[in-house]
Design a protein around this ligand. Structure first.
Ligand SMILES: [Zn+2]
Length: 71
């Protein structure tokens, strides 16, 4: 499910909406003030936790980044 996070330009309220079509996107308005000037902050697909993990390739016990326990 394409879940988008928006922020209202008018009142800075952030909210999430499920968007299925371009038409849906055009019809988005702020749930707080009803304003239609909204910025898309990020898009999430489905459940939380699917965001890419930012992980270093090094393990915590070495500084060479290529020991046998490094990922
Ligand atoms: Zn608003």
């Amino acid at each position: 499910m394409p879940l988008y996070e928006f922020e209202c330009e008018n009142c800075s309220k952030s909210f999430e909406e499920l968007i299925y079509t371009k038409k849906d996107k055009q019809n988005i308005c702020c749930p707080k003030c009803g304003g239609k000037k909204v910025n898309i902050l990020i898009s999430m697909f489905g459940v939380a936790g699917t965001e890419k993990k930012v992980s270093a390739n090094s393990c915590s016990s070495c500084s060479t980044k290529n020991c046998s326990t490094c990922a």
